[in-house]
Design a protein. Structure first.
Length: 543
């Protein structure tokens, strides 16, 4: 990229980041701005009978133990609904038998379960019906937490994300389930406090369409605690049966499910490099130090190293059994990795930057566990800066203009309005700094597009995988350190922006399904959106 383009890009990013440093919108202000007015609610009441889809909701209010005041509060919020085709059912306890009995008392098209004390926003049922999603088996919304009578701690969710659901019940509080699917799954089962999550997992094979409504339609209250060990056991009992993958019950502090690969496999680890022997040595030694069940083949591609230390270390790697390939032409990230893939013998390919270091045993197996599933395309890990904050936890299209790393700069265990960074998640793309894929799929996709020189082809191949109906995944159980851009620097060719824009444009126009439109695309750290954002126009300004 020419110097004027570099400077123009720098100025555009500086302006955007300066705006991001301005006082951020509070949730109280955001909530007040986005709640429907009395006039809008009255209009909904007048027009609800004219909706194209007018389902009947059976709403089951589940009483909390010792909660004498919660049920009237919840019932009052339901009575205030702007859409009236509903029947309220009282459920005296949380047992699966009682829940199923309450559900069987109605005949409505959709079942909704709320707990006593929760406040259902007055426009909730109208909003669900107004989606027109008559073929959806499951509908769910965003939510927040009520503290001292006021809404706080919003949770804005992605669109349907089966891999996230395996890790935790990200769908959350307000869900509407089609009755025939609920009955076909056998309703709730006694699973030690994880009945809702267990039901969702068993519904997955029957769900042909899931509708996420990105509006805060439920105000929750603090939940009682259940035995975490019992919850993990209850959830994990059914995951393998549902998805046909091996897994283990998580240890304390981990998400409910941790995948493990179906069998040991051979992985070709591809590392492009040029000089910087210290970085390459740290990368390779971390691979050897943190053992995995998978068999690893190491392929290092040297792009014209001239430093003696680098050349000596490459020779030592070759003597030790690694394959060292030469790529003497001007650096092209896509071409270098494609060259290595052609020489690889593994069933799986892992593309790894030379400034990345594995941090714990089993990291390669964690990537394999997802890459081995036929419905999954590319798999990435949780990459951390040296200070322990997040460098990569998935790529969001449109973030900071083109594509950005969500949660950047956050702590891995930090609660945000989009959940925690250290949770398994579906994402539109993952970074090529740590990307695993089945060798056969990589070949079928035609490898990386070599018209990209430095940046963009990792995201673009993820988009091609999505076009085939595959999902891309980030797993936090593959945790690595990333000294970002230590080797290549930060200058990006203008042609990479042009090709990226052509590939990303549909997402820049329509949004990333694995992000939430209530969150700003200007700041990767996850903050509330404060007004309209035209990332398409921002992306054009970089060209």
């Amino acid at each position: 990229m020419g110097l004027p383009t570099v400077r123009r890009l720098g100025r555009a990013l500086s302006r955007m980041l300066a705006r991001a440093e301005e006082p951020r919108l509070t949730y109280a202000a955001w909530s007040a701005r986005n709640e429907p007015s009395k006039r809008e609610l009255d209009e909904q009441r007048r027009t609800s009978a004219a909706l194209a889809w007018k389902p009947t909701f059976d709403v089951v209010v589940v009483r909390r133990t010792g909660d004498s005041h919660g049920t009237p509060r919840t019932t009052a919020s339901l009575a205030a609904q702007t859409y009236g085709r509903m029947v309220i059912h009282d459920c005296a306890d949380r047992s699966a038998v009682a829940l199923n009995r309450a559900a069987a008392a109605g005949t409505g098209e959709l079942l909704v379960f709320v707990e006593s004390g929760e406040v259902v926003a007055p426009h909730t049922l109208f909003t669900l019906a107004a989606t027109g999603a008559r073929d959806a088996g499951l509908l769910y919304s965003d939510e927040d937490l009520f503290l001292d009578g006021a809404p706080e701690r919003p949770l804005f969710k992605p669109d349907w994300s089966p891999e996230a659901l395996l890790s935790h019940d990200y769908v959350g509080g307000l869900t509407a389930v089609r009755r025939e699917l609920f009955e076909g799954a056998g309703g709730f089962r006694e699973v030690g406090g994880a009945e809702r999550h267990d039901l969702l997992l068993r519904l997955v094979p029957s769900l042909r369409r899931v509708e996420h409504v990105p509006k805060v339609l439920l105000h929750r209250i603090e939940q009682g605690t259940h035995s975490q060990d019992a919850r993990r056991h209850a959830i994990s009992e059914h995951v393998g049966r549902t998805y046909g993958s091996d897994y283990r019950v998580a240890n304390a502090g981990e998400p409910a499910i941790v995948y493990e690969p179906a069998r040991p496999a051979r992985v070709s680890i591809v590392i492009p490099t040029r000089d910087h022997a210290d970085l390459l040595r740290a990368c390779v030694e971390s691979i050897h130090r943190h053992r995995c069940a998978a068999q690893a083949e190491l392929i290092v591609v040297d792009n014209g190293s001239v430093e003696a230390a680098a050349r000596n270390y490459l020779a030592a790697l070759a003597e030790g059994g690694a394959r060292v390939l030469s790529y003497p032409a001007p650096f092209n990230w896509s071409a270098v990795n494609n060259l290595a893939a052609r020489h690889a013998s593994g069933e799986y390919l892992l593309f790894l930057n030379n400034d990345v270091e594995a941090l714990a045993p089993g990291w390669l197996d964690a990537l394999l566990a997802f890459a081995s599933r036929p419905e999954i395309g590319m798999v990435g890990g949780l990459l951390l800066y040296p200070d322990g904050t997040v460098q990569h936890a998935g790529v969001v299209l449109g973030l900071t203009g083109y594509a950005g790393h969500v949660f950047a700069g956050r702590r891995p265990d930090e609660a945000t309005p989009f959940g925690r960074p250290d949770a398994i998640r579906d994402c539109t793309a993952v970074t090529g700094a740590c990307m695993m894929v089945r060798r056969r799929l990589f070949d079928e996709l035609g490898g990386f597009d070599e018209r990209f020189i430095l940046c963009g082809s990792d995201v673009e191949i993820c988009l091609r995988a999505r076009a085939r109906g595959l999902r891309n995944v980030m797993t936090p159980h593959a945790r690595l350190l990333h000294h970002e851009a230590k080797t290549r620097g930060a200058d990006i060719p203008r042609s990479d922006f042009q090709r990226s824009f052509a590939a990303y444009e549909p997402y820049l126009r329509g949004g990333d399904p694995y992000y939430n439109p209530n969150l700003s695309l200007k700041d990767p750290a996850v903050v509330l959106r404060d007004g309209p954002e035209d990332m398409l126009e921002l992306a054009r300004s970089f060209l």
